[in-house]
Design a protein around this ligand. Structure first.
Ligand SMILES: *[C@@H]1O[C@H](CO)[C@@H](O)[C@H](O)[C@H]1NC(C)=O
Ligand SMILES: *[C@@H]1O[C@H](CO)[C@@H](O)[C@H](O)[C@H]1NC(C)=O
Ligand SMILES: *[C@@H]1O[C@H](CO)[C@@H](O)[C@H](O)[C@H]1NC(C)=O
Ligand SMILES: *[C@@H]1O[C@H](CO)[C@@H](O)[C@H](O)[C@H]1NC(C)=O
Length: 623
């Protein structure tokens, strides 16, 4: 009796195997999809289990679990300082006790951190989270009016800063005092009598655990942190990251195979989503070690990785490009980095990175700070940010819709509904706002919040989140990031993607960096291409540049103006500063840096003189 049974079972297995093979043939990503589905299901199960616990289980509770489980394990390495899980736990308890004793801060209140990447940032966040507070993460590059604006939209009553940055806070101290804000400095001495030293107060504070009952009334739909996003226009907006999203972020690293044995290199700013949620929060779940850097340094990168046995790095596209732009070295492949997680990696840099630095598992993902869904490349397709599998579509109904970059709005049909793009065409990603994919908007800014909501998309009354990102999906459902809406301009009826053009011009050997944007020319529709370029030691060679641009770019995408800079200006997250350049345009009278013009008659780039400028403006030189 037994034998036939076994045979049957074996046959069944064989059939399954064949089926699987067939499936893999027909749907090459079946296996990866299945793995991804398994991961999504596990993640969702654990999340819903945690979300049901009472008192609520918050992200910081996971940190406390790790501190109890592995107190002596190194949590953080920063410059010469090494902080164990238990040391970070105790230090944050002291901060929390000091705040309880010397401020009116309680669960449900908001405090703002104005700190650089440093252990104090991490311990202060832990302290505030233990108290059940919402934390506004201020960008440490902003100053005066902008700083005050960001602080105010969080409605925080407490501001915590460092010895280094207290001078910056002092500039806005008057209005802060008028608002009744309490300013604490992580230093024994303060520059103003109206600030208080937190370090002093910590000395006498207990390091005993903060009772969970203090945060018992916090719910998962409460805001956890505010993270500021710089829109294409106006002042930064405070995106609301809910406690639920923090809790869900715990799953990011474990779901891609990072474990407690991994050492994570964190060089992105902690005040931004990517650095904060992935390098920091998600680490609570794996219990890994974080190598914290004040900021990204291309010359330190691999040295650090070797010194600390780093196994996982986090990147943004620019980081990878800088790494690839360094001179080749013999020890390029000598390191223990096995995985890179991040976003914005362009396909050409991706290939170059792998060939130079060895077999590193790249996990490219897509997610925005305020967005309500994300993708991750789990199949190994170079260039893709993910794949739209069945479950993803069910859980997060999304669509790519036709977008009019000229009018800066989605195209609508006669009945006012949006139109899906065809396979392979580029469209705007919109994601239905649902209970599972909520959009929390921006703190204190209902107007900007409403702007990101797209209504009546496919039927009357539906609401979608407007990601502002253009994507393309191929016939195998792989999704490719194309551009930010703000990163395209239209010239002669064609859309020009600035990143694409800069990829081309930076191929010229003497160009170090390129920042491409569109400028308006009187008497012309749209914008014409201009590039600010930083040149390596070698001379700028007009002819070579011209020939390259002619060869590789369609005429509408060729930068007609060049602006030579010693270095391309960057924001805190290494994004290129464009708005200022766009405003300054191409008038040689207002710009001291060398300008060049692509001259059709000369068939070359020529210095942009006042005469040429005038002829362009009056229309005697035709563009
Ligand atoms: C800490 O406690 C000691 C002894 O009670 C006291 O003298 C000192 O002033 C306290 N320091 C602070 C900053 O409160
Ligand atoms: C939680 O809410 C209850 C009911 O409103 C209140 O009595 C209690 O004091 C709150 N606990 C804390 C820690 O705020
Ligand atoms: C890195 O690994 C090597 C060999 O495995 C070991 O000797 C060294 O102590 C490690 N360094 C650190 C900082 O853990
Ligand atoms: C993403 O694509 C890269 C490039 O092929 C691959 O090496 C990597 O393994 C992929 N990531 C995942 C999670 O499969």
């Amino acid at each position: 009796m037994l034998a036939p049974c076994c045979a049957l079972a074996a046959l069944g297995l064989l059939a399954l195997g064949v089926l699987a093979l067939v499936f893999r043939g027909v749907f090459p990503c079946w296996w990866a999809d299945a793995l991804c589905l398994k991961n999504i299901v596990l993640v969702l199960l654990r999340l819903s289990w945690r979300a049901r616990l009472r008192p609520p289980f918050l992200a910081v509770d996971r940190f406390e679990e790790q501190a109890a489980r592995q107190p002596a394990k190194t949590f953080l390495v920063f410059e010469r300082e090494t902080v164990s899980y238990s040391a970070a736990h105790r230090r944050s308890n002291r901060i929390a006790h000091a705040l309880l004793a010397h401020s009116s801060l309680r669960a449900g209140h908001t405090a703002a951190l104005f700190l650089r990447n440093e252990p104090d940032f991490i311990c202060a966040w832990l302290a505030l989270a233990k108290l059940g507070c919402t934390v506004a993460l201020l960008n440490d590059n902003i100053r005066s009016g902008s700083l005050l604006h960001c602080f105010r939209c969080s409605s925080a009553k407490v501001l915590i800063t460092s010895a280094e940055l207290q001078g910056v806070v002092q500039e806005i101290l008057e209005p802060l005092r008028e608002d009744g804000v309490c300013v604490f400095v992580m230093a024994p001495e303060c520059v103003s009598p109206h600030m208080q030293s937190l370090t002093d107060k910590m000395e006498n504070a207990s390091d005993s655990p903060i009772p969970r009952s203090l945060r018992a009334n916090v719910t998962l739909s409460d805001p956890g942190v505010y993270i500021y996003t710089s829109g294409t226009t106006g002042l930064p907006k405070a995106a609301v990251i809910s406690q639920m999203r923090l809790l869900a972020s715990l799953a990011v690293l474990p779901s891609i195979g990072v474990t407690g044995d991994d050492v994570i290199y964190a060089c992105l700013p902690l005040y931004h989503t990517a650095g904060f949620l992935i390098s920091f929060i998600s680490c609570f779940d794996t219990g890994s070690t974080i190598i914290l850097k004040r900021k990204f340094s291309v010359s330190q990168f691999w040295k650090d990785c070797r010194k600390h046995n780093v196994t996982v790095i986090q990147y943004i596209g620019e980081v990878m490009r800088y790494l690839c732009n360094t001179p080749k070295a013999e020890d390029d492949k000598e390191h223990k980095v096995r995985m890179a997680i991040g976003n914005g990696l362009r396909a050409d840099v991706w290939k170059e990175f792998l060939s130079r630095f060895g077999k590193i598992d790249v996990r490219e993902f897509y997610a925005s700070t305020e967005g309500n869904m994300g993708f991750i490349n789990y199949t190994g397709k170079i260039g893709a940010i993910g794949r739209a599998n069945f479950l993803l579509r069910k859980l997060f109904p999304f669509a790519l819709i036709k977008y009019d970059t000229q009018r800066d709005e989605p195209v609508r049909d006669a009945s006012g509904r949006c139109i899906r793009v065809r396979t392979g065409e580029t469209g705007l990603l919109v994601v239905k706002i649902t209970k599972l994919a909520p959009f929390r908007g921006y703190a204190g800014n209902p107007e900007q919040t409403e702007k990101k909501r797209l209504r009546d998309v496919f039927e009357k009354g539906d609401v979608y989140f407007n990601s502002g990102d253009l994507m393309r999906m191929d016939q195998d459902d792989f999704i490719y990031f194309q551009d930010r809406i703000g990163d395209t301009f239209r010239w002669k009826g064609e859309n020009v993607a600035t990143t694409e053009v800069s990829d081309i011009i930076t191929q010229v050997d003497f160009i170090k960096e390129g920042n491409v944007y569109g400028v308006q020319v009187p008497g012309h529709e749209g914008r014409i291409g201009m590039a600010a370029v930083a040149v390596k030691e070698a001379e700028f060679d007009c002819t070579k540049m011209f020939n390259h641009v002619r060869k590789h770019l369609p005429s509408y995408a060729q930068p007609r103006f060049l602006r030579l800079q010693s270095a391309v200006e960057l924001t805190g997250t290494f994004k290129q500063v464009k708005m200022k350049l766009v405003k300054e345009g191409f008038d040689p009278a207002g710009i001291s840096e060398p300008l060049f013009f692509l001259s059709e008659s000369e068939q070359n780039y020529v210095p942009l003189t006042k005469t040429i400028y005038d002829s362009i403006v009056t229309g005697s030189i035709r563009l």
